[in-house]
Design a protein around this ligand. Structure first.
Ligand code: ATP
Length: 581
């Protein structure tokens, strides 16, 4: 520029450091010139161009130490403006009369020229600032991306990896050092589920199925062409499974019962748990088939993997295929546009418990058979089949043999399921377990309802044992839940706490368990003594509880020859059970 204009050029920044200079100013680059830069200061503050015809004698030069003795003969300067702010000043300085005459002659042209150069510098500065800001943003972004759990891949135009965060590197087994040399192929499989698209990633001849979102970054500048946010399909399946399990209701999972039948069953469970084969559990409704299936899962090698329960009787035929196999976005009109993962996929690597398998529609029986044979499923609306690693445990309270004869159940599926048959006996065939169950459920419901159990009339247990329990353990559980709900604060359970139905069924036909009023009275007094004690205060409370006066109570104690608490009440009674926690 200096050569073109035949004068020296100088540039200062806002701190009055000379950042560029030619001729005599060249040796003073990067030095502070604030003590003599009065004109530049003025230009910087006003944002206006300035022509100084008489340097040293101009009124701006009065305070300058070189005032009256300036070596410059002529000077024009222009602000370098970034928006409204001056970020520096550029000036042309003449050092002799010849230069002065030359510049003066084309003053307007040089002023315009200076302005354009100032604009150019400003544009460059802006660009630089932008780049620095971008670099900073990039660093922050990189830092953030490394912190997130989701995998992030940034790809270049030639499918080269520009960046992969820690999660992505771990998932795709990439080394950080040489990662950028890898080529990555990203192919959509066409399936969209749970708002995510499925992709097949190929890197270093390894293939990964992932679900995620691919963003086009063509306009993002630099070399980045796309960014993929993804999760490995197995990780996603686990997350969705965990999520769906949170909503599942409370369920007890240890097997109670010490009868020979149940002991044999638990032995068989231990034996077959580790095998990877299909199990078919038969037994009446409410006998505990689901608890058996859970117990197999807990003792199996898949204990830390999903256990997904599908009740074939409770899912409508029309939606069952979608429930089991999932569906992709756009699979059918009216479907959730996000698509949804099915239970078989959620259970991947774990166990699927197909309860009430007899209710599985025929067309799905064929598809289930395929899952068992090929270990592959096809999502509804998808054109690809995907591999799943699941163990199936099925259960039925229906007679599958009869169903096969009537062609309502496929025999090939039956034999495929029935590799290990287990039978859960009805409660009436293991009545010796009733007391155990009663105590177990009393404990459970007292805990749940925040109550304290104290005592149960022996008659109650006798009735429970005599009943046939068509609804099996589930029915018994409900009866006990009701008894605990009806229990008063004194923690006493009597026949009045029983569900009426049970009471009438058990007592309607016999009078074997009838008592005389006298017997009942004596028993109630014995019981009350045991509950409240035989102190004076205890007796006062007994009289109150039995609804008699204290004198009457003493008279009756005398009549029945009862003087204190009978320790025998703590054990089994002659005709029934005494239960205490
Ligand atoms: N041996 C057992 N130990 C503890 N609880 C049990 C036992 N058997 C059954 N139960 C309880 O009884 C209830 C019914 O059991 P479960 O649901 O396993 O029966 P099921 O045979 O699968 O019934 P369905 O055929 O109607 O599905 C459950 O709440 C379960 O916790």
């Amino acid at each position: 520029m200096a050569e073109v204009v035949q004068a020296d050029v100088v540039i200062v920044d806002t701190d009055f450091f000379r950042i560029a200079g030619t001729g005599v100013f060249e040796h003073e680059i990067n030095t502070f010139v604030g003590s003599t830069a009065f004109v530049f200061d003025y230009v910087m503050k006003t944002g206006k161009q300035m022509i100084i015809d008489n340097p040293g004698n101009h009124h701006l030069c009065i305070a300058c130490p070189n005032g009256g003795n300036c070596y410059e003969t002529y000077e024009i300067s222009a602000p370098i403006l970034l928006g409204d702010n001056a970020i520096g000043v550029i000036g042309l300085a003449c050092l002799n009369e010849e230069q002065k005459a030359h510049i003066k002659r084309k003053q307007t042209t040089y002023l315009e020229f200076l302005k354009q150069i100032a604009d150019m510098i400003a544009a460059k500065a802006m660009e630089q600032e932008e780049k620095e800001r971008n670099r900073e943003l990039n660093n922050i972004l990189r830092e953030m991306v490394n912190q997130v759990n989701q995998s992030v891949l940034v790809m270049g135009e030639k499918n080269n990896i520009l960046m992969a965060n820690k999660a992505a590197r771990e998932q795709l087994h990439l080394e950080e050092e040489d990662m950028t040399e890898y080529q990555m192929q990203i192919e959509p499989t066409g399936d969209v589920m749970n708002h995510l698209r499925e992709y097949l990633l190929t890197v270093k001849e390894r293939k990964y199925t992932v679900m995620g979102t691919l963003y086009d970054m063509q306009n993002g500048g630099d070399a980045a062409s796309s960014m993929l946010l993804f999760s490995d399909i197995n990780v996603l399946q686990n997350q969705l499974y965990e999520y769906s399990q949170k909503a599942r209701a409370y369920s007890e999972d240890s097997i109670i019962g010490s009868s020979a039948i149940t002991r044999d069953l638990t032995k068989s469970i231990k034996k077959i748990a580790k095998a990877n084969t299909t199990v078919l559990i038969t037994g009446e409704s409410g006998t505990g088939k689901e608890i058996v299936a859970k117990s197999i899962w807990k003792s199996s090698d898949r204990a830390d993997k999903p256990f997904v329960v599908i009740n074939c009787a409770s899912i409508p035929d029309a939606t069952m295929e979608c429930e089991l196999f999932g569906y992709v976005a756009g699979a059918f009109p009216g479907a959730d546009p996000a698509g949804r993962m099915g239970e078989f996929e959620l259970a991947n690597n774990g166990i699927v418990f197909l309860d009430d398998i007899g209710d599985l529609p025929l067309h799905l029986q064929g598809k289930l058979l395929r899952v068992l044979q090929e270990h592959r499923i096809t999502r509804v609306g998808s054109s690809q089949s995907i591999s799943v690693n699941i163990r199936i445990i099925a259960a039925s309270n229906r007679n599958l043999h009869e169903m096969m004869e009537k062609k309502a159940f496929r025999s090939d599926l039956y034999y495929r399921l029935n590799v290990i048959p287990l039978h859960v006996a009805p409660l009436r065939d293991r009545k010796e377990e009733i007391e155990e169950f009663v105590m177990y459920f009393i404990n459970r419901y007292c805990r749940l309802q925040g109550k304290k159990f104290n005592y149960m009339d022996p008659e109650v247990m006798r009735l429970l044992r005599r009943y046939d329990w068509p609804g099996n353990v589930r029915e018994l559980q409900n009866v006990v839940e009701f008894m605990v709900s009806m229990m008063e604060d004194d923690g006493h359970i009597g026949c009045s706490n029983l569900i009426l139905d049970l009471w009438s069924i058990s007592t309607g036909r016999e009078d074997k368990y009838m008592h005389t009023i006298r017997e009942l009275e004596e028993k109630e007094i014995q019981k009350a003594l045991w509950i409240y004690g035989d102190s004076t205060e205890g007796k006062r409370r007994i009289a109150q509880k039995l609804g008699i006066g204290i004198a009457t109570l003493y008279r009756k104690l005398d009549a029945y020859n009862i003087s204190s608490v009978n320790p025998a009440w703590n054990g089994e009674q002659e005709n029934g059970y005494k239960i205490r926690l």
